[in-house]
Design a protein. Structure first.
Length: 403
C-alpha cells in the first residue's frame, strides 16, 4: 500500500499536455514551417532547436513521448555528471553523498521536469560552473550564453560569473572575456531567430512580458490569501497559465515583479562582489572546492532570487536549482537548505498536479499549502544569502562550514 502511494505521488506529475504542445511544434518544423515566422513559439531558440531535433519522432505521439522523456532523463543525468565534474576531490563517500542529494532533489522537483524543457538550461548552467571552477572564463560565459538562449533566466548568472572571474585573479581581461563570450553565444542563437522570425521572435518575448501574476507565484499566493479575506480577486486562464486578475492589486503585482526581482538580485550581487572583488588573490589558485561552493551558492542565490521575484511560478522552475543542491551540503547552513528545498518541492508536487484544480478554485486548504511552499522558497533564498560570505575571506576564514 505504501509503495503504491509513493509511486502514485511521484509519478502523478507525469502529464502529457505539455508533450502534445511540444509535438505540435515538432510537427510544424517537420513539415517545413519556420518557427516564429510561420507559427508562434513562446520558447527561446535553443529550446526550439531541441524540439526540431525531435521532429523525426513527431509522427506518433507515443514515439515522441518516449523520445522526449528519454532525452530529458539523459539531460538530468548529465546535470549530475556536470556537478560531479566541478568537484576537486575524488572521495568515493563524498560522491555517493552528492549523488544521493541530487537524486533527492530530482524527486523533490518531481517528474513534471521530464515533460518540460527546463533541464536544457539547467545543464548549461552546470557546465558554466564547471568552467568557472577550472578558470576557463570564456567557456563559462559561452555556456551561460547558450543557457540564456534556451530559457532566459540564466542571464541573471552573468554578473556573478564576471565578478568571480575578476576576483579569481583573471582581472578585467578575464571578466571581459566571460561577458563577451556570453553575449556572443546568446546572439548566435537569438539573432538568426530574430532575423528570420519576421517579428515573431519579438512577439514571443512580448507574450511573456504581458502575462499577469501566475496563481502559483509568490504574488499569486498573497493575492489568493487576500481573496479568502474578502478581496475581489479572480482567477483566469490566459497566456497559457492560470493567473490572478480582476483587481488593481493584481496588475500592480505584475508591474512590481521586475522591481522586486532586481532588488533581490542586487542583494545577491552585493554579497558576491564583497566576497570576490575584495578577496586578495595573493597569487593563490582559487580553483578549489571552496571556490566551487562559493560559485555554486552564488549561482543558486541568483536563481532563487529570480524565482522568488518572478511573476510566473511554474512548478518545474525548481529544477533550475536541483543541480546545485549537492553543492549546498558543503556551505554554511547547507543541510538546512537541502531540507527546506526538499520540503518546498514536495509541497509543490502536492499542489501540482494533485490539487491544482482546488487551487484554481481558491480552496482554502490548497491556498494554505501554497503559502507554506512559497514561504519555504523565500527561506531557501534567505538561507542561500546567509551562506554567502558578507566580505572577502581573510586568513583562515572560509565560505564553507557545517550544515
Amino acid at each position: 500500500m505504501l509503495n503504491r502511494w509513493v509511486a502514485d505521488f511521484y509519478f502523478a506529475g507525469y502529464v502529457n499536455d505539455n508533450l502534445r504542445h511540444f509535438r505540435k511544434y515538432a510537427e510544424s518544423i517537420a513539415s517545413g514551417e519556420l518557427p516564429y515566422r510561420d507559427f508562434p513559439v513562446e520558447y527561446p531558440p535553443v529550446s526550439v532547436l531541441f524540439l526540431a531535433a525531435l521532429s523525426p519522432f513527431a509522427g506518433e505521439f507515443d514515439t515522441f513521448q518516449g523520445a522526449f522523456i528519454a532525452s530529458m532523463t539523459l539531460l538530468s543525468l548529465l546535470c549530475w555528471l556536470g556537478a560531479r565534474a566541478s568537484r576537486t576531490g575524488n572521495g568515493r563517500a563524498g560522491t555517493l553523498v552528492e549523488a544521493a542529494l541530487y537524486a533527492g532533489a530530482v524527486l523533490s522537483v518531481g517528474p513534471i521536469a521530464l515533460v518540460s524543457l527546463d533541464y536544457i538550461p539547467a545543464l548549461f548552467t552546470v557546465l558554466a560552473l564547471v568552467f568557472l571552477c577550472r578558470g576557463k572564463a570564456a567557456m563559462c560565459g559561452a555556456a551561460l550564453g547558450v543557457a540564456t538562449a534556451a530559457k532566459g533566466y540564466p542571464a541573471v548568472l552573468v554578473i556573478p560569473a564576471v565578478l568571480i572571474v575578476h576576483g579569481d585573479g583573471s582581472g578585467r581581461r578575464g571578466a571581459l572575456a566571460c561577458f563577451g563570450a556570453w553575449a556572443a553565444a546568446a546572439l548566435c542563437f537569438t539573432a538568426p531567430a530574430a532575423a528570420a522570425g519576421a517579428g515573431g521572435f519579438i512577439r514571443s518575448i512580448a507574450y511573456h512580458a504581458e502575462r499577469g501574476p501566475e496563481i502559483a507565484s509568490v504574488y499569486g499566493a498573497v493575492l489568493l490569501l487576500m481573496r479568502l479575506a474578502g478581496l475581489k480577486v479572480a482567477t483566469n486562464f490566459d497566456h497559457g497559465s492560470w493567473n490572478v486578475a480582476g483587481h488593481p492589486l493584481a496588475s500592480a503585482a505584475g508591474n512590481f515583479s521586475p522591481v522586486l526581482t532586481l532588488i533581490l538580485l542586487a542583494l545577491v550581487y552585493r554579497r558576491v562582489w564583497k566576497s570576490t572583488i575584495k578577496t586578495p588573490a595573493a597569487g593563490e589558485s582559487r580553483r578549489t572546492e571552496e571556490v566551487r561552493i562559493r560559485a555554486g551558492v552564488a549561482f543558486s542565490g541568483a536563481i532563487a532570487a529570480f524565482i522568488a521575484g518572478f511573476k510566473v511560478g511554474s512548478p518545474q522552475f525548481l529544477v533550475w536549482l536541483a543541480p546545485f543542491v549537492p553543492v549546498w551540503a558543503g556551505a554554511r547552513r547547507g543541510w538546512a537548505l537541502v531540507g527546506i528545498f526538499a520540503a518546498a518541492g514536495h509541497l509543490q508536487q502536492w499542489i501540482f498536479p494533485w490539487h491544482w484544480s482546488a487551487l484554481v478554485h481558491v480552496n482554502p486548504a490548497a491556498v494554505g499549502v501554497l503559502l507554506i511552499e512559497k514561504l519555504l522558497l523565500v527561506s531557501v533564498f534567505a538561507l542561500i544569502l546567509a551562506a554567502m560570505p558578507a566580505h572577502g575571506a581573510k586568513g583562515g576564514e572560509s565560505a564553507t562550514g557545517p550544515g
